[in-house]
Design a protein around this ligand. Structure first.
Ligand code: NAG
Length: 350
């Protein structure tokens, strides 16, 4: 018995076993807790269910010029960006827009790819606010405003408006990201990821919500009446904080809209449209959902593509970590990736 407990007899073999066990443990923890399992699952979904419908709807309904209060039809310019980011904003969120412009939203090139950021809004409650928005639009040239009341219940309208604007007035953009105005976007990391994909088609990428049931409480912000969605859980969809569609997927979503019940939750609605078109979402653990990550140089500078609930004050500090000199991560930090960031987030909450 004694000789079996003594590791010194074959130190190399024991070392190797220890290393393998450690590596196995790390892979397992990654699969269970850091999103690698979900990525695998969504990849399998795409593999088996990704056939989709055979033909694009010939003419997805696109908004005409009358659908806009600030149409900004030439914003995209003669050379479309590789990635067009449309930030869903509200008329009053001036500070958030300014923080985005002064940080990630101000760049026109990320990791070598042309990018562009615009803001999508609805109509404010007063003529005074509208006049301020028109001034802001003149000064920065980056607003697109739809002709509908800017309310929480109209967020689905806002998303369909921005998708329609992009399809009609920036059709050359290979990818379209929809993000909220309190989201930090690591544009270089995201552009690099998109540029490395084997194909720029049929993409619906984000943090997947797998089995969400409609909220039937009438007082809830997320209330979905049975008339809009009678039974069962929603099909998997990407969190509305930040998701990416390829240009063809955006057309599919627009084309599917007339066939899909008008659920007032914009991310669920896009998920339903993609589902109708046979386009399952792809999960990425690099998009943060609602986890609050501490301002770690490696997590913000390189690992995470999007982080939710980053206020106007923190946006510049987060972006400085991307723009900083030198490498954001050590090789070990890079290897641990999202797992390390999750652990940091967990420790912060203790
Ligand atoms: C959505 O916008 C339309 C058009 O402005 C408006 O009539 C409607 O009241 C809005 N809906 C909600 C729930 O705010």
């Amino acid at each position: 018995m004694a000789h079996r407990l003594c590791p010194s007899r074959r130190p190399l073999a024991w070392l190797l076993r220890g290393l393998l066990a450690g590596l196995g443990g790390l892979v397992l923890v990654n699969l269970l807790f850091a999103g690698a399992g979900e990525e695998l699952l969504s990849w399998l979904l795409t593999l088996f269910l990704g056939g989709g419908r055979a033909v694009l709807p010939a003419d997805p309904p696109l908004p005409g010029p009358g659908a806009f209060l600030i149409p900004n039809l030439d914003a995209c310019g003669p050379r479309a960006p590789f990635l067009l980011v449309l930030v869903a904003s509200a008329p009053g969120h001036v500070a958030q827009r300014q923080a985005v412009r002064a940080s990630w939203g101000g760049v026109r090139r990320a990791a070598g790819y042309p990018v562009q950021t615009l803001f999508a809004l609805g109509a404010p409650g007063s003529g005074e606010e509208q006049a301020q928005l028109e001034q802001e639009a003149q000064r920065h040239g980056d607003l697109v405003q739809g002709r509908f009341a800017d309310t929480y219940a109209n967020l689905t309208l806002k998303t369909m408006m921005l998708l329609g604007w992009a399809a009609a007035h920036c059709p050359g953009a290979a990818f379209l990201a929809k993000v909220d105005d309190d989201v930090f976007l690591n544009l270089p990391a995201l552009a690099r990821h998109l540029g490395a994909l084997p194909s720029p088609h049929r993409l619906y990428l984000g943090r997947i919500h797998w089995r969400v049931w409609p909220d039937r409480a009438p007082s809830s912000r997320h209330h979905v009446p049975a008339s809009a969605y009678p039974v069962g859980a929603f099909p998997p969809y990407c969190s509305g904080t930040a998701y990416v569609l390829s240009a063809d997927t955006a057309l599919w979503v627009l084309g599917a809209a007339p066939h899909v019940p008008p659920v007032p939750l914009e991310d669920v609605y896009v998920g339903l449209c993609a589902h109708w078109a046979g386009l399952p979402p792809t999960h990425t653990a690099h998009m943060a959902g609602s986890t609050h990550y501490p301002l770690d140089p490696c997590c913000y500078g390189e690992v995470l593509y999007s982080v939710h609930e980053v206020g106007p004050q923190a946006m510049g500090a987060a972006w400085a970590l991307v723009e900083g000199e030198g490498e954001a991560c050590t090789p070990l930090q890079r290897a641990l990736g999202v797992l390390r960031c999750k652990v940091l987030a967990l420790l912060q909450d203790l």
